[in-house]
Design a protein around this ligand. Structure first.
Ligand SMILES: Nc1nc2c(c(=O)[nH]1)N(C=O)[C@@H](CNc1ccc(C(=O)N[C@@H](CCC(=O)O)C(=O)O)cc1)CN2
Ligand SMILES: Nc1nc2c(ncn2[C@@H]2O[C@H](COP(=O)(O)OP(=O)(O)OP(=O)(O)O)[C@@H](O)[C@H]2O)c(=O)[nH]1
Ligand SMILES: [Mg+2]
Length: 456
């Protein structure tokens, strides 16, 4: 089926200096040319492709609504692979809405979420991992996330997956040879080679799956619970980290009742901070629910900041809380109120998690805290950005591939018939193909692109 002509604002709904309307599909240049009058009077499509042409944008009644730059690209030389056109307008939502309406009057229709990138994928210009990278790039909130997504967009993850795929295809070819010449048994030498091929794939898949740990952190950030006894300065710390007065701070113990969530980047890591109600035994019904929520936040955290008031002596409850935290997630002790005299360092049996002295109120020691976060949650090894798994779909497919390779190896060892082993290898190949989109179901593809923004 021939794709129809789609149009959308590509630059979001906010007022901005420039706003871009893009078009893709048959005769995109003609439709764009119909709402655009170049200063030299030539139609847009009569200008060389991929050059910027200055002129007037008109609404569906032909009234001037902006002075803009327009461009078009021929099919085969564009993001989607189709003929495309772009109108670079002033970024007023009203201008863009009128321009879009004028294009609808020329037969274009509103593009759905991710529809441009979906066409690029279906047209073979991007594989599925690259298409996902486009959205990850738009969503990136840290430099690390940007580099990961850019590397994946350049094909780093696809190449890593492709190498494993090719290795398994070699193994398959061997088995096919055996199946085609059934009179010749697998010789011991050949069997060793097959075994080595499966082992190699298994090792690489294990490493690939392990990359999801840091990939997940890069792409989605880490839920980080801020816990401690009442009044130690948890909310003050949250405010210091996010840079504005997000949570209520008072000198009344029990100020924070409900959890307060806000994101910040600390030590290069995106933290999804959760400020919690101070932990204590209480008769207050509301506060009790708050304390239960504090514990729940700790349980889903990937990092726990236990805040302590260093101007007071550490208590038995403090120690117990530290123990609980350490059992749940990487933990940092934040010795707050370093601007006040020390309450004395307690003697503690056993080892405490890493600690940092800060004054949340004065904003002191936050750099040190950042360094400790970076040390505790190390990013990916240098040069591996772009080839990490970053979402559950990818990790699930890689996990299935790994299991199939394991079954194939087990089968080989148990002396199963070659076709039984082959079935497992085929399953591994199919699971790997889902990562790059070679063998992915249409409904899954649709769901992936639904997550994209309109105009992308
Ligand atoms: N104005 C504008 N900026 C943009 C995009 C766009 O579509 N328009 N992009 C997207 O949303 C991204 C860039 N991605 C692009 C990818 C491929 C082609 C393209 O025309 N490829 C052709 C020609 C390559 C060449 O010059 O050799 C091709 O692959 O054949 C264009 C943009 C980010 N910036
Ligand atoms: N001197 C000093 N005071 C601080 C510091 N951090 C917080 N405080 C004070 O400690 C008191 C309690 O601060 P909060 O941030 O509300 O404490 P909290 O841990 O969130 O308390 P709850 O919500 O009740 O559990 C306030 O009066 C703060 O101004 C600090 O670094 N130095
Ligand atoms: Mg508080």
């Amino acid at each position: 089926m021939e794709n129809d002509l789609i149009a959308a604002v590509a630059t979001g709904a906010a007022r901005s200096a420039i706003g871009v309307i893009r078009l893709s599909g048959p005769e995109a240049a003609k439709a764009a040319g119909a709402v655009f009058q170049s200063l030299d009077g030539k139609g847009l499509a009569n200008h060389p492709p991929r050059s910027l042409v200055y002129g007037t944008l008109v609404d569906r009644e032909g009234r001037a609504i902006d002075r803009i730059l327009a461009t078009w690209s021929p099919a085969g030389h564009s993001y989607t692979g189709e003929e495309t056109a772009e109108l670079q307008c002033h970024g007023a939502p009203a201008v863009l809405a009128l321009g879009l309406e004028a294009l609808f009057a020329q037969g274009a229709r509103q593009a759905g979420p991710g529809e441009f990138t979906k066409r690029a994928f279906l047209g073979g210009r991007l594989d599925l991992a690259q298409a996902e990278a486009v959205m990850d790039l738009i969503d990136a909130e840290t430099p690390g996330a940007v580099r990961q997504a850019a590397g994946q967009l350049s094909g780093a993850l696809s190449r890593r997956v492709g190498e494993i795929y090719d290795g398994l295809v070699d193994v398959m070819a061997h088995f096919h040879a055996v199946l085609d010449y059934p009179d010749e048994d697998i010789g011991p030498f050949e069997e060793k080679e097959l075994w080595a091929g499966l082992e190699e794939a298994y090792g690489r898949l294990t490493a690939l799956l392990a990359s999801y740990d840091s990939g997940k952190v890069l792409a989605r950030g880490v839920p980080c619970a801020i816990v401690g006894r009442p009044n130690v300065g948890k909310s003050t710390l949250l405010n210091a980290l996010v840079g504005y007065d997000r949570a209520i701070v008072t000198d009344v113990p029990g100020t924070t009742r409900d959890t307060v969530e806000e994101r910040c980047v600390l030590g290069g890591v995106l933290l999804r901070l959760i400020d919690t109600a101070g932990l204590r035994e209480t008769e207050d019904a509301v506060e009790r629910i708050g304390v239960a929520r504090s514990r729940a936040a700790m349980e889903r955290a990937g990092l726990i900041l236990v805040v302590l008031d260093q101007s007071r002596r550490m208590t038995q409850e403090d120690l117990q809380l530290v123990e609980e935290a350490v059992a749940l997630a990487p933990t940092i002790l934040v010795w707050n109120k370093s601007d006040l005299p020390s309450g004395g360092i307690p003697t503690v049996e056993g080892e405490l998690p890493p600690g940092v002295e800060v004054s949340a109120k004065l904003g002191l020691g936050l750099d040190k805290l950042g360094e400790t976060v970076a040390r505790l949650l190390p990013g990916p090894a240098d040069g591996t950005e772009g080839e990490l798994l970053t979402n559950a779909r990818q990790a699930e497919a890689a996990g299935r591939a790994k299991e199939s390779v394991w079954r194939a190896a087990e089968g080989l060892r148990a002396g199963f018939t070659p076709d039984a082993v082959l079935t497992d290898v085929e399953e591994a190949l199919s699971a790997l193909g889902e990562l790059t989109g070679q063998s992915v179901r249409e409904d899954i593809t649709a769901r992936i692109f639904q997550r994209f923004c309109v105009g992308k």
